[in-house]
Write a protein that binds this ligand. Sequence first.
Ligand code: C2E
Ligand code: MG
Ligand code: MG
Ligand code: MG
Length: 270
Amino acid sequence: HAKEDIRNSYQFFKEDMNVHITEFVLLERHLFRALDRGEFVIHYQPYYDLKGMIPSGVEALLRWNSEDIGFVFPSRFIPVLESTGLIVKVGEWLLGEVCETIKRIEKPVSVNISPVQFKDKTFPKRVEQVLERHGVDGSFLTLEITESTLMEDVEFAQRSLKRLKSLGVKVAIDDFGTGYSSLAYLKFLPVDFLKIDVSFVREIDTDPDDRAIVNAIIQLAKNLGLRTIAEGIESEEHLQILKELGCDFGQGYFLGKPMPEGEVMRVLGL
Ligand code: C2E
Ligand code: MG
Ligand code: MG
Ligand code: MG
């Protein structure tokens, strides 16, 4: 059996390394069938306009409940989808599902885009086709792309983003501030939102440095005409400080966890 051969060929690695590779192979084997078996579901986490505390949109987050191995966290299975290239098919399925959701909720939906999807030259065309096929206005869709994905090739990113913007699609830089890149690229890229990473929000009520960093990100965004979304709001204190600092939108367990579409519709008052 081919899979067993792969495992044996790694026997010379250290014990923990071996366990790691075995888990990867195990997940891979089940992920290959997961889409056809209908094991993926999409949960939606609301984000709020912090001025009026109005839920203004949702982020789509992929969930995998395997019939054979149970619930697996995205942090474990997304890397496997990416390194096998399966993310392209799953990502396209997800975009189609999200389009149907947009038609039902008529609110903006954010979708996370993997570097593997983004660096494909045909990606903007694929997005255009999905929107067309489902009859959805691109302005309802926000693509969340990380800084490091955009930085890999700034000129390529600029071309792709321009094409996406021509469809009316919005772009958010996810996990903003966690990369090692210069800020100069913001001048060249047509983006709409900066998502302030949870790592700056977690201790914003106790760590003056985190507060200073978040303040700087918000001021930078304002001066560049971008809007900010803070992720990982887990308490009233987090929320109050982000409001004071003038953050536009907020997302986190304190405001609403990722949940099935039916539930998020109630949150949205639908
Ligand atoms: P992300 O895009 O930065 O998503 C935010 C993560 O923070 C989500 O984890 C969300 O459930 C979690 N979160 C929300 N509120 C809070 C909070 O108050 N506190 C804390 N500590 N965490 C909070 P999740 O769903 O496990 O996703 C993890 C990552 O996996 C995402 O990070 C994203 O990079 C990736 N991912 C999820 N769904 C997709 C997808 O459909 N496609 C791709 N390419 N990546 C995805
Ligand atoms: Mg995201
Ligand atoms: Mg994020
Ligand atoms: Mg994050």
